[in-house]
Ligand binder design. Sequence first.
Ligand SMILES: [Zn+2]
Length: 222
Amino acid sequence: MTEPLWVRVGSSSQGRPIEATTIGTTGPRVLLVGGIHGDEPEGGKIINAIAAYLRAWQPHATVRIVRDTNPDGTAASSRQNASGVDLNRNWPAANFRPGGARGAAPLSEPETRALYTEIERFDPDLVVVAHASRRGPFVNYDGPAAGLAAAFAGAAATTDPRWHVVHDMGYPTPGSLGSYVGVDLGIPILTLEFSRGHDPDAAWAAMREGTRAVIEQISLAQ
Ligand SMILES: [Zn+2]
């Protein structure tokens, strides 16, 4: 199995690479994001395995993978980037609110601009973003993604029955990627919340089964 070819698509404010790779050339377009909060490394730890799995499977889909949107935060085990901005509150969504950890303006950060450019260029039919929560594991979604969220959670639950769908996070998320992509652009987006410190083998099993299920579902729908 060949290693995925990661290409630099942007740089963090401290100059770390933001890298992406593409698997497949046909079918629906799925964007996977390994992480956006640097203190939630659970998705990033299994992103190479997911890339290798997809290369071996060769689904009827084109999958773009952004390994880690926040490499400075990951290096520092910090939720925010090196400038103290929460990269999941810095999007040009209708509900963006300037100031504080949200940034002075949407896309004020090089990391959000890099992912924004990826979204513009790739034009995804589905976006899947990995996070982690003490309340995890569950799948949150925005936009027309209820069926895909159920498919992911159902498949992941075959590996760990704790997986379920949570539609409302229970707190406001102004300027989030989900608000921008799901609510404003109308593109289905799944926010995966692994449990904090999720065992990588268990996270990998859930991610593999969930990813397979949503790609199969979105392929059938097209
Ligand atoms: Zn998060």
